[in-house]
Design a protein around this ligand. Structure first.
Ligand code: C2E
Ligand code: CA
Ligand code: CA
Length: 611
């Protein structure tokens, strides 16, 4: 703009000075306007009042030229256009000022011309050359065209201004949105891992300042993957949203709820007086999930596992606290889910031990260290062995015999259970063959099938192949499934179990009573036998004043009415045995008769029954 101004000064002054010999007005007047602008420029660069000042100056500049040209060349009009374009992308005021000055000039000029008014008696005056209506008309044309240009420019500028604002607002919103999405989970709207990472520093600082503790509560839904895989991601997503809502309801100024991935949530809790105060909160949380969830037409049973670590008791490092809460959660899972666990250093050691076990399992598998043990099942009335449950054992080359409670959960969490599962099917069918060859054609050997196996492996094909390969009577094989499998996989489980059933294999419902299965499930699924869980059998005490065996009675009644046979497992004493027999329980399994044993011992027992 300054360049333009200078250019205009020189060219216009030069041309008109030659023509009219008015160097003084051109150069001196021009310099009077241009020089202050130039001098002030470095100090007020970009200042809006400075721009207003320039626009006024430019208009004054044009007045000088009019005097020089004696009104013949409307230089100010061109300046006006230049100004307009220049200010177009700045703000509107310089343009308005310029326009107003020009307008005012034209109006005054027209008025004075029409009425031949003479204001000053000066040698060079714009008003004394006595032009007629033609000049007035010309000025009127200028006024109209300048107003039109002004209107157009104002419109452009307004649109531009609006657009600019929109874009700026959009950018602002977008930035906010970006910040929100980078810190929040898009599905549930809960803060995410990144947010947690930022926030936990503040939480820790506060804790240090106030000499307080804070807890990291790691919550993981049980069997969520099953729901997602079998009922679809829509249902899974809806469920997660519901869970997020439940958790959000618990947000207080001391509670931060974040979703850190899949079905994993971390709740940080500060400002509690003692760790004991956490217990009701945690058990309350677990309780929240035990409800029945109705989602997209499905009725879902849910539960969660919770692990807790405490600052500064467990560690002062946030990273470690997170890891410890995770370890504790894992412990809650292996303890049977729907559970909570606090981190302890013992747990930490155990976890390290577990990592060793996981790594060792693969090797052990190829070194044939896994064996099947058999625990006899006895007919309650005749005390005859009618079959056995095949139970996995790990005969470790230097650690000795390792029970399944140690390695099965680990194998399940790593997927290694699929290998073990196939091995069990293969080994048990071959054992059935050996037993039949020895003359035991009626024994039923049951094997345990884990949820994971149910879901991923070709269970049906495996069973079919091995039955054919070993040439056994499929009636001698049974599979034990837990209620969890039925509930989590409803539709797929139903068709798979129906197929398995068609093979001739029997189905036992294991650990019955510990899950949530309802009568409707029992009717729907082709179950042959219920296994009463040991925990209920434990309730049968010889103190007749206590009637804690109500559940056992109920299960036995249920079995009868559904025409299912009932096995009681974990029977340890004669009292339990008699009670169960009297109540009509068909089959007994437990240490009272025999512990799980290797195949040779089992054969010996079959050949010489000692009870
Ligand atoms: P489960 O299916 O409930 O098996 C019954 C467990 O109760 C067995 O423990 C058995 O030894 C134990 N038990 C039986 N009678 C008594 C008793 O009178 N008193 C006491 N205290 N315990 C008794 P085990 O063999 O340690 O198996 C534990 C769990 O490991 C099994 O529970 C089952 O869930 C799992 N498991 C074992 N073998 C396999 C397998 O081949 N595949 C799969 N997927 N899981 C298996
Ligand atoms: Ca079992
Ligand atoms: Ca069981």
């Amino acid at each position: 703009m300054l360049g333009l101004l200078l250019l205009q000064w020189f060219i216009a002054t030069f041309i008109t000075s030659i023509q009219y010999n008015t160097y003084f007005y051109g150069f001196f007047g021009g310099a009077l306007i241009v020089l202050p602008i130039l001098i002030l420029y470095p100090f007020f660069k970009g200042d809006k009042y400075y721009r207003y000042f320039i626009s006024i100056a430019m208009m004054l500049f044009s007045v000088i030229y009019i005097q020089q040209y004696l009104g013949r060349i409307e230089m100010h009009f061109h300046v006006f256009i230049a100004m307009a374009i220049l200010t177009l992308y700045k703000d509107i005021f310089p343009l308005l000022i310029a326009a107003m000055t020009t307008l005012l000039h034209h109006l005054i000029f027209n008025y004075l011309q029409l009425y031949e008014v003479s204001l000053f008696d000066m040698p060079v005056m714009i008003f004394n050359y006595g032009c007629g209506f033609d000049i007035v008309l010309l000025h009127a044309v200028f006024v109209i065209s300048e107003l039109a240009v002004l209107g157009y420019i104002i419109r452009l500028q307004r649109e531009h201004h609006v657009n600019l604002n929109i874009t700026q607002n959009q950018i602002h919103e977008l930035n906010q949105e970006l910040e929100h999405t980078s810190l929040h989970d898009s599905l549930t709207g809960l803060p995410n891992r990144l947010f947690l990472r930022q926030q936990i520093k503040i939480i820790k600082d506060n804790a240090i300042q106030n000499n307080e503790k804070f807890a990291i509560i790691f919550l993981d839904l049980d069997h969520f993957k099953n729901i997602n895989d079998t009922l679809g991601h829509d249902v899974g997503d809806a469920l997660l949203k519901r869970v997020a809502t439940i958790l959000s309801e618990r947000i207080t100024k001391n509670t931060l709820v974040t979703r850190i991935g899949g079905d994993e949530f971390i709740i940080t809790l500060s400002g509690f007086a003692s760790v004991d105060n956490l217990l009701p909160i945690i058990t309350g949380l677990l309780q929240e999930f035990r409800k029945e969830f109705f989602i997209k037409g499905y009725s879902l049973r849910l539960s969660a596992s919770i692990g807790v670590s405490i600052y500064p008791d467990d560690s002062t490092s946030v990273r470690e606290l997170m890891k410890y809460a995770d370890i504790a959660m894992y412990k809650a899972k292996t303890d049977g889910r729907d559970n909570f666990s606090f981190f302890t250093q013992t747990l930490n050691k155990k976890i390290h031990n577990e990592v060793d076990i996981i790594n060792d399992m693969q090797r052990a598998f190829y070194d044939n260290e896994f064996k099947l043990y058999y625990q006899p099942k006895v007919d309650a009335r005749t005390k005859k062995i009618i079959g056995a449950e095949a139970l996995l054992r790990w005969q470790h080359h230097n650690k000795g015999l390792i029970g399944p409670n140690i390695f099965i959960p680990l194998a399940e969490s790593t997927g290694f259970i699929l290998n073990l599962g196939s091995f069990v099917i293969q080994e048990s069918t071959q054992a059935i063959k050996r037993l039949s060859d020895l003359g035991f054609h009626d024994l039923i050997i049951s094997i345990n099938v884990s949820a994971r196996q149910f879901q991923h492996s070709d269970l049906y094909k495996d069973l079919q192949n091995e039955i054919i390969k070993s040439a056994i009577n499929p009636k001698q094989l049974a599979i034990e499934i837990t209620e969890g499998i039925m509930i989590s996989y409803v539709e797929s489980a139903l068709s798979l179990l129906q197929e398995v059933k068609k093979l001739g294999v029997s189905l036992y419902l294991d650990d019955f009573g510990t899950g949530y299965s309802s009568l409707s499930y029992l009717k729907k699924f082709p179950i042959d036998t219920l296994k009463i869980d040991k925990s209920f059998v434990d309730d049968i005490s010889d103190d007749s004043t206590k009637n804690e065996s109500l559940l056992v009675n109920t299960i036995l009644e249920m079995g009868k009415s559904l025409k299912l046979s009932v096995i009681a497992e974990g029977v340890e004493n004669v009292h339990q045995f008699n009670y169960l027999k009297d109540k009509g329980c068909d089959i007994i399994q437990g240490y009272y008769f025999a512990k799980p044993m290797c195949e040779e011992e089992f054969i010996k027992l079959l050949q010489n029954p000692s009870f």
